[in-house]
Write a protein that binds this ligand. Structure first.
Ligand SMILES: [Zn+2]
Ligand SMILES: [Zn+2]
Ligand SMILES: [Zn+2]
Ligand SMILES: [Zn+2]
Length: 430
């Protein structure tokens, strides 16, 4: 039995919150808590003594230890397939990943192959880590650093978002017309350091320096590059956008730089977007000094990056080509589902289906943005409505608005969710 528990424990060490919740869901156990709580909850089922101590979950549960071990194992296998590059670098098969207990000393704790990069600047692992979902990033961060409760004064802990992205991946999704090529001032947490006795916010200042080499200076002066200061609100409900604090004042090497055009007291609305000021002209080779002031108690993160511009055609190019995206058959199924005309196979070629479609076509062939007929029909993958918009017009508009918001349902997305709708595209090309 001890073997079962210890091999599960080793595997659980590799799991993200997502996998742990998946297991707890399968076991019918509560899914809330910190990462270590979730692990303990699973382990409790595998150990006799602990089973009773852990709030009795182990007893109420009807799963045998073997059944629990199998669920853990299945998810572990699935993970290996999905994130092969992460785990495969350690070994080629799952089985020799974990050496038998007698070959290692007792203090051996398998550590996941991890890249830790956190806004606290510490690279140490602790028991409560969260991983960025971006496929090219996958960094781990300290939950206590990056998850900020909405109402800290009420003692309500932060929510673990279903899709977690680190601040740099949020930044790159906020505006795909910029590509980060360097971070002279890496992401820095700007926390609330105080509230006056009467409960009002006080002015807070953070001063930092960052280095620019001669090569950096030459790069940022090229026309397609710039040096940019960015800032995001850690627990922003709109995940992919910049946001500056209230009464933000920025100084770079003694030059005042305007960060937002709205009045200092005005909060950014759900449909608003802030931008990152370009500071190439006030930067210099060597040491640069940056100073940010604000009167705002929320937790922000800011940094300075070297960014390269993407043109409209380059951004359009990031949207999968029609042939690489959704298949026509899948699109058809989706449209049928939207129309509520459930049954498909039978009506596939029937006139009734076509009639229903024809009805909505008159409305939807006009792009809600341009008002004219769509050339290429675009949509956001997660949207459940039929309506589309003209892809080129949409991308062009977003070069300025940076909203990446569906013009039909107004939900906020990012470029990676944008696709060509093969169904509407076929109709528009008729
Ligand atoms: Zn941290
Ligand atoms: Zn996800
Ligand atoms: Zn990331
Ligand atoms: Zn939508």
């Amino acid at each position: 039995m001890a073997d079962l528990a210890s091999s599960c424990k080793d595997k659980l060490a590799y799991f993200r919150i997502k996998e742990l919740k998946d297991i707890l869901h399968q076991l019918g156990l509560p899914k809330q808590g910190k990462k270590q709580d979730l692990i303990d909850r699973v382990l409790a089922l595998l150990s006799d003594e602990q089973g009773q101590r852990h709030h009795g979950w182990g007893r109420k549960n009807s799963f045998t230890k073997e059944a629990v071990a199998k669920i853990v194992d299945d998810i572990y296998r699935k993970m290996q397939i999905q994130s092969a590059p992460d785990l495969a670098t350690r070994s080629h098969t799952g089985s020799d990943l974990f050496r038998p207990k007698d070959e290692v000393n007792d203090s051996f704790q398998p550590q996941p192959v991890t890249k830790v990069r956190c806004i606290c600047d510490s690279k140490l692992l602790n028991d409560n880590m969260i991983q960025c979902e971006d496929d090219r990033c996958h960094v781990w961060q300290h939950m206590s650093c990056v998850l900020v409760p909405d109402k800290p004064t009420e003692g309500v802990g932060p929510e673990v978002p279903p899709h977690f992205y680190c601040e740099l991946c949020r930044l790159s999704r906020a505006d795909p017309f910029w590509v980060t090529t360097g971070n002279p001032l890496p992401p820095l947490k700007f926390m609330s350091s105080g509230v006056a006795n009467d409960g009002t916010s006080v002015l807070q200042t953070v001063e930092k320096t960052f280095q620019l080499s001669r090569a950096d200076r030459e790069t940022v002066q090229r026309s397609e590059y710039d040096l940019q200061v960015w800032c995001i609100l850690m627990n922003d409900k709109v995940q992919f956008r910049m946001q500056w604090p209230q009464y933000a004042e920025l100084e770079v090497n003694g030059f005042a730089v305007r960060v937002v055009t709205r009045p200092g007291s005005q909060l950014l609305g759900i449909n608003g977007r802030d931008d990152g000021p370009l500071i190439t002209t006030c930067s210099r080779e060597g040491t640069n000094k940056i100073c940010l002031r604000r009167v705002d108690n929320r937790t922000f993160c800011f940094g300075v990056r070297v960014a390269k511009r993407r043109s409209v055609p380059q951004v359009l190019n990031l949207v999968p080509k029609e042939a690489e995206g959704e298949s026509f058959e899948d699109a058809l199924t989706r449209v049928r589902r939207c129309l509520g005309g459930g049954d498909t196979a039978e009506n596939a070629d029937s006139d009734s289906d076509l009639e229903v479609v024809t009805e909505s076509v008159t409305v939807n062939l006009r792009c809600p943005n341009s008002g004219s007929r769509m050339k290429t029909a675009g949509r956001f993958k997660p949207c459940i409505h039929m309506g589309c918009f003209d892809l080129d017009t949409f991308v062009e508009l977003n070069q300025r608005s940076r909203k990446w918001q569906c013009p039909i349902c107004l939900k906020n997305y990012s470029l990676e969710n944008l696709m060509i709708d093969p169904y509407f595209n076929r109709i528009t090309s008729l």
